[in-house]
Design a protein around this ligand. Structure first.
Ligand code: DC
Length: 229
């Protein structure tokens, strides 16, 4: 199972991050959570007291950020050498990340870094524009979807597990507005690549999602090796 580029796109809460992480672990591939990169930029905006609506200031900031993803039993996110893995999940980060990730200068820098990290293959990249923009020639393209109420329930469970207080209706409306913003923005909107396989995770477990992806990978691998023979 070597050298494939696996692109997983989908909405927030569709299960793509967990599945990408587990699939990468099973294949001993690198897992690149591109949402975490946009979140790290959003965190830097807050830490530097920059107005998230000030596109020029945000784009200037991103030029001087040093961002690293380190694999260490899951992904660790380092921002200018500071460990920010947990901080990027804060709700004030979540509430501005869609705005930050809609800026051209931010996307250009992130896409460049994602291509550099993934170009040698043996990677699972997950995000919103991997199969359409970052790696349009990826070996496998998947598009994860799930019912919005189920996604909100999953998000509530995640936050409850972390000991945070949750309000289902607020989370549901946050997810709906992020979906809307991410899929209607001008640059690289969330969109299914024409050749991506859709996986609806509304009624299947994480284990089933992982098995489904691995069976697609195995089929693709067989096709690849029979073409070589
Ligand atoms: O996957 P996530 O919820 O952690 O992503 C956070 C935000 O980053 C999401 O609202 C949209 C944006 N994003 C993006 O624009 N492009 C990507 N490839 C990944 C995430």
């Amino acid at each position: 199972m070597k050298n494939l580029i696996i692109a997983i796109d989908g909405t927030a809460g569709s299960g793509k991050s967990t599945t990408a992480r587990l699939v990468a672990r099973r294949l001993q591939y690198l897992h690149i959570d591109t949402g975490a990169m946009y979140r790290a930029v959003a965190l830097a905006v807050l830490q530097n007291n920059i107005n998230p609506d000030d596109k020029d200031a945000v784009e200037k900031l991103v030029e001087r950020l040093k961002l690293r993803l380190r694999q260490n039993n899951g992904i660790e996110v380092l921002l200018n050498d500071e460990h920010v893995t947990d901080l990027i999940r804060r709700s004030d980060v979540t509430s501005i990340v869609s705005t930050i990730s809609s800026y051209e200068g931010v996307r250009a820098k992130m896409v460049e870094e994602q291509r550099a990290m993934g170009k040698n293959g043996s990677v699972v990249l997950e995000g919103r524009d991997i199969g359409t923009v970052v790696f349009p020639d990826a070996d496998i393209k998947l598009f994860f979807i799930a019912d919005v109420e189920e996604r909100a329930r999953r998000r509530c469970r995640e936050l409850l597990d972390k000991g945070e207080r949750v309000d289902f209706e607020t989370i549901l409306s946050d997810i709906k507005s992020r979906d809307y913003f991410d899929s209607t923005r001008a640059i690289s909107p969330l969109k299914k690549a024409h050749d991506a396989i859709t996986i609806d995770t509304s009624n299947i477990s994480i284990d089933e999602q992982v098995e489904k992806v691995l069976s697609i990978v195995a089929k693709r691998q067989n096709v690849k090796s029979s073409v070589k023979e």
